[in-house]
Design a binder for this molecule. Sequence first.
Ligand SMILES: Cc1ncc(COP(=O)(O)O)c(C=O)c1O
Length: 408
Amino acid sequence: MNDPQPNWIARRSAATTDMYDRAVQAGLTGHTITRRSGKTVRLDDGHECVEFVSCSYLGLEDHPRLTQAVRTALDTYGTHFSSSRNSVQPAEAHTLEELLGEIYPGMSALVFNSVSSVHLGVLPLLGAGVLPGYPIGPGGVLFVIERTAHASMQALRGVLEQAGPAVRFRAEEPATLTAAMDLAREQGRTPVILVDGIGSMGGLVDVRSLADTAAELGGYVYIDDAHGISISGPAGAGYAFEALGGHVPRSVLLVGSLSKAFGGSGGFLLTHDPADVTLLRREANPMVFGHSNMVTHMLVNAESARMHLDGTVTELQEALWANTELFDKVNSGNQLVNAGTRSPVRGLAMDTEEAAFDGAVRLRRAGILCFPVFYPVVAQGTGLLRFALSSRHTPEQIQAVADVLADR
Ligand SMILES: Cc1ncc(COP(=O)(O)O)c(C=O)c1O
């Protein structure tokens, strides 16, 4: 018998409307840009707009030290050295990992070419119980996935289930986590909780209490803090590191992005045991079977790491938090998602997709680009206008958003 909706991918596709396509056609998203200067971008139709879309929350990407790093890379290596990462890599790849070890004292860092590659490389080996620093008990693993954890982890569920079962919980409903922990206890399994640090669309996860909960059962919490890196914490170590008390507990595997506020490209894992790095370099799928990060990216990443350590990033953090405060103040009439929090993301939740579409149209007419999102990024039938704030936005640009939103 043919099941009309045989799996979750088909169900998700069936529930997705054409809203994204309509938004592209209406010039609200899917933009093509031909130039940018600070937060102003020129679109291919010649219009100049102010964008609240880029996740480069500290505006590092055109910093003279980073653009110079690209030139140095080109002069030294050309654009790329095409090999698997564990076969040949530039000296700066080692430098970067050492510098990350200074930003996160006592930790060993391993850099991948994306955060998704970190997940794909690390999680199956973690679940299989072969990482020396994160042993799994004889009963095997239980993956416990937070419902809003990033799609790059959720999509691996079928892969993870080859190592052990996976269940989901909701951070805002503690009983669901308790049920998952009870299940781990009953079945004698080691729980591995998967969460974001700062959610890409939502709020801040209480990573500290999750680390404690996992530790009680000898388990782990695997934190994807892609959006939290650089924007806070000493030397830009990030949201989760700061929330964990300025260190990485033994029960935590911390993952970060180099492609957002960091100003470069790639993803990294921090582990307590250098033997994990040895194993992952040898066995993690994207390390063995994938190409390396471009050399231009690696030199940029290494220079940005130096800017984290020499205090440059701390000054930019202050400008970012001043801007988020101003954004909240001028928008106090709207119930913004994340208002008052140390997240660089704000959202205006809408009851319907049409309402989000209309809001994005009004902003676009005023020369402002936000990121309108629909299902499956947010709940079915609803919409959200997502605003990514940066240290580079001016007070006038922030006020302009408030003027449009006030005019609803
Ligand atoms: C929280 C989070 N994790 C992972 C990713 C995927 O990052 P990458 O493109 O480096 O794989 C993203 C992408 O935006 C993200 O927001």
